[in-house]
Write a protein of this length. Structure first.
Ligand code: ZN
Length: 482
């Protein structure tokens, strides 16, 4: 492990450019671009990387706003994952304590990805500055991966499929959160697929015998899938939304209907057979109704492969950084947002804290839950249980050992993808979290550069966890980003 003096120097180099990093984060917050179309956000990151001497190449895996920026040579290849996509329909006035769109129907950074990508930028630039100054003999290659469409587009799955992450020794990333801890669980693999039914329109009263209802087919598909639920692995999840119910006139036999399905399970290999049965059900529904069905892939992502070796190194660095400290003004700011939450939110937070801190008493958990923002570093925990959500970081984690931190950036009890997160996305609380995350990733990278045994051990563990399986992207080869 690199020494404490070196770490302090590295952290100081990041601190010295903190204003530049928080400006980039705020700019990306303002662009609020979504899915695969993120030209301004990618430009904001690339322009800083290039001015810092990185060689950036756009168009990774055929996606215009995906990029790889490289610096250094030899030594271990350190991958830093960056996201910068926002969510649709989540426009919100910054720092407002009521739900108030900045632009009706506009987009908003409700998952903090403006800060996410920028902290990876801070880590990359800080490391580069440190290596330039101290000139470590072993060398190191820093690879900054600009990844579009984490929110329901699985940009990283397309990048993994395209071999963009190949050759990386370790992968580091983080996510803005309401607590500070190691992401120590797997995530659910997820297939996202549209089913488009096509029938024949007719007047529903005058000539129903001539009609073939696509809406009936979609409904029968739901019935079939509901019967399937009893016969799939316990932790699987199937959810759906009608993206086209045909129309608003009951007196028309609906000729078109579309349903988007998310099919999730702890392992991608478990999702595949469930997906195949869902396709059979859709075909059955089409057969029953005399309609046609077309299956259209949206995206898919794999389960996240944890790495205890790398996560512990990252955790030690987070311990070295200590707890996040907030001013009275910041506490008051956060308290305003806690005040917007429904009754019972604090109880949920206390229950989570009790789960995270073994042996903690109810009083202490209640006291922590009543803090408007959580600055304390939570205990290290690693579990084989999958958290009930999905992320395309999963696909990257199949290629190289990956560690991921969660860092407090938002008021206690507020939820990801909420207007509160958009409103607080440019606050000094979010800025503090961003800089902390940048330091934690850079310090972890420095340890990996300094001590070759870390990457070796992490790789060994990675192979054991994969159990002989190799990465197999769930998205069919002919499917391109939508
Ligand atoms: Zn997110």
């Amino acid at each position: 492990m690199a020494g404490a003096d070196a770490k302090r120097e590295l952290a100081g180099l990041i601190e010295a450019k903190a204003r530049e990093f928080t400006r980039v984060s705020d700019d990306i917050w303002g662009y609020a671009e979504t899915r695969f179309s993120l030209p301004k956000s990618a430009d904001a990151l690339i322009s800083v990387l290039e001015s810092e001497g990185f060689r950036a190449e756009r168009g990774a895996a055929g996606m215009e706003d995906a990029f790889v920026a490289v610096c250094g040579q030899g030594g271990p290849v350190i991958g830093l994952l960056a996201e910068y996509d926002a969510l649709s329909n989540l426009s919100q006035v910054s720092d407002s304590t009521k739900m108030e769109p900045l632009e009706r129907g506009g987009n908003g950074h409700g998952c903090g990805h403006n800060a996410l990508g920028t902290a990876s930028l801070a880590a990359a630039v800080g490391l580069k500055d440190f290596l330039a100054k101290e000139g470590l003999g072993r060398g190191a290659t820093i690879k900054f991966f600009g990844c579009p469409a984490e929110e329901s587009g699985s940009g990283k799955a397309f990048m993994a499929r395209g071999g963009v992450f190949d050759g990386t020794d370790v992968m580091l990333t983080w996510h803005p959160w309401t607590e500070t801890k190691i992401w120590g669980t797997s995530s659910l693999a997820n297939y996202q697929v549209f089913f488009h039914f096509k029938g024949t329109s007719a007047h529903a009263a005058a000539s129903p015998e001539l009609g073939r209802s696509a809406l009936d087919a979609a409904e029968l598909m739901s019935v079939g899938v509901n019967y399937l639920r009893e016969h799939i692995v316990q932790d699987a999840r199937i959810h759906y939304a009608y993206t086209n119910a045909g129309g608003e006139s009951p007196n028309v036999v609906q000729p078109n209907a579309s349903v988007l399905y998310f099919i999730r399970a702890p392992k991608s290999s478990q999702v595949r057979p469930i997906f195949e049965r869902v396709v059979d059900i859709a075909k059955g529904a089409a057969l029953m109704t005399g309609t046609m069905v077309e299956v259209e892939w949206d995206s898919a992502c794999s389960e996240y492969i944890v790495n205890d070796t790398l996560a512990r190194v990252m955790y030690e660095n987070m311990k070295e950084l200590g707890d996040l400290k907030y001013t009275a003004q910041e506490m008051d700011y956060a308290r305003e947002y806690v005040g917007t939450l429904p009754a019972g939110a604090a109880g949920n937070v206390a229950a989570l804290i009790k789960k995270c801190f073994p042996g903690i008493g109810q009083d202490k958990a209640d006291a922590m839950a009543s803090e408007p923002v959580q600055g304390e570093l939570f205990p290290y925990a690693m579990s084989d249980e999958a958290m009930k959500g999905s992320t395309d970081v999963g696909d990257a984690s199949w290629i190289a050992p990956t560690a991921q931190a969660l860092v407090s950036c938002f008021p206690t009890g507020t939820a990801s993808h909420s207007w509160q997160w958009v409103a607080c996305g440019k606050s000094s609380i979010a800025h503090k979290g961003l800089i902390y995350a940048g330091k934690a990733m850079a310090m972890t990278a420095l340890d990996v550069i300094d001590d070759p045994s870390i990457a070796e051990k992490a790789k060994q563990e990675h192979l054991e966890r994969l159990g002989g399986e190799t990465y197999n992207c769930a998205i069919p080869k002919d499917v391109t980003p939508r």
